[in-house]
Write a protein that binds this ligand. Structure first.
Ligand SMILES: *Cc1c(COP(=O)(O)O)cnc(C)c1O
Length: 389
């Protein structure tokens, strides 16, 4: 069988799994108490910035991820922005991160006028590579009083932000020890990895802070939303303060003790989040079943399917094709047949806003950029209909 024939077979298998009609890449499923909680929320009049669902949603996510604190915010980009600020990132600092990520990771540090330094990813995890990180640090960094500095730019290296691509954890324990060794605060962009653990610890709980996203295409959704995870009570309190206009609590007075953000998650969105959290385990079970079917089909067809390690959940399923021209052929054929597929992101180092940032050559990132394609990853309609809270 030629690779093209194998890919044609994969498209047939995708049809069998997801059914007829247009197949989206990742669409939300509202099979639980979503409607009920939204109506209750509207009936209560607490649809906006005050309401009990926000606290409940935070508690549910904290309990699920095993983090002491979770602070709900308006989206995942805002969560990253505030987490970076609370890690002490300031203007002209540098932040070590991956070029193979969604643009939000880099936008958040650019809001602070910090600079990204792009370090390569591992080919198997698609996430920040500890060996590339270690070698970049040994070559370029030095510890001085007050922090770790980039020898060539003189800038302080204020944070490291690995991302768990498509839900697959990067080698976070090794990254964590490197960050500890070099005294660099670790912030995990766990926007895509709700439900993924390394050992018995949830992604997003290894760093000083972790962030989640509940955008419409993520594992679960609140319409738009995000969460800051941390075990540090002082940072959690400050995250809440800063994201709610920095208003000092008072029965009637408006006193704001610094420039804050209006980053709070409305109660309406949090109500949706509470219902979605109830559905999360069953949705993850269905998604794991789909992953099994993709893995089996790809093994039979000789296609490279990116497997999630044990304990991890694939948010988006992905395959690695032989080269760019095969990738482009597959994207064209699949999308023409209303089977939505997408290439992995263009590297951040190729975007105008980040083209001047330092990088380490990004060999694996470039290799993956040309070859990785996401295939349909939703809970299929006919299964979604059978789910109950
Ligand atoms: C979705 C996502 C975010 C956050 O996105 P929002 O749309 O702002 O919620 C951040 N980083 C990554 C890698 C993402 O995929």
């Amino acid at each position: 069988m030629t690779t093209q024939q194998a890919l044609e077979e994969l498209l047939s298998e995708i049809r069998v799994i997801h059914g007829d009609g247009d197949i989206p890449l990742h669409r939300p499923v509202f099979a639980g108490n979503e409607r009920r909680y939204l109506v209750e929320c509207i009936d209560s009049n607490f649809v906006s910035s005050v309401g009990a669902r926000v606290t409940e949603f935070e508690q549910r996510v904290a309990a699920y991820t095993g983090c002491a604190h979770a602070v709900a915010v308006v989206n995942g980009t805002a969560a990253l922005h505030v987490a970076l600020r609370l890690a002490g990132v300031r203007r002209n600092d540098e932040v070590l991160t991956q070029a193979l990520t969604f643009v939000a990771t880099c936008n958040a540090l650019a809001y602070i006028e910090a600079h990204a330094v792009f370090v390569d990813v591992d080919r198997d995890t698609l996430g920040l590579s500890p060996s590339a990180l270690g070698s970049w640090l040994r070559t370029n960094a030095e510890r001085r009083a007050g922090g770790t500095y980039n020898r060539s730019t003189g800038c302080r290296i204020a944070a490291c932000v690995p991302m768990h691509t498509f839900g697959h954890p990067c080698r976070i324990e090794e990254i964590q020890s490197l960050c500890a060794e070099w005294g660099i605060p670790l912030i995990e962009d766990a926007a895509e990895s709700l439900g993924s653990k390394v050992g018995d610890r949830h992604t997003g709980s290894f760093g000083l802070m972790g962030t989640l996203s509940f955008n419409g295409n993520k594992v679960i959704t609140t319409g738009g939303g995000g969460m800051i995870l941390t075990n540090d009570p002082a940072r959690a309190a400050r995250a809440k303060h800063l994201t709610t206009t920095a208003k000092r609590p008072h029965a009637w007075e408006f006193f704001h003790d610094e420039v804050g953000y209006n980053y709070r998650l409305p109660n309406l969105n949090a109500a949706l989040g509470c219902a979605q959290m109830e559905m999360l385990p069953s949705m993850l079970r269905v998604k794991a079943g789909i992953a099994e079917r993709y893995a089996t089909a790809c093994e039979r067809l000789g296609i490279h399917y990116v497997k999630a390690p044990p304990g991890a959940a694939s948010w988006l399923h992905s395959i690695v094709l032989d080269d760019e021209s095969q990738r482009d052929w597959f994207l064209k054929v699949s999308n023409e047949r209303k089977i939505m597929t997408r290439p992995i992101w263009r590297l951040m180092s190729s975007l105008p806003a980040f083209a001047k940032c330092q990088n380490d050559g990004l060999a694996n990132s470039n290799w993956l950029e040309q070859r990785v394609v996401n295939i349909p990853s939703s809970v299929p309609d006919h299964i979604a209909r059978t789910l109950t809270p």
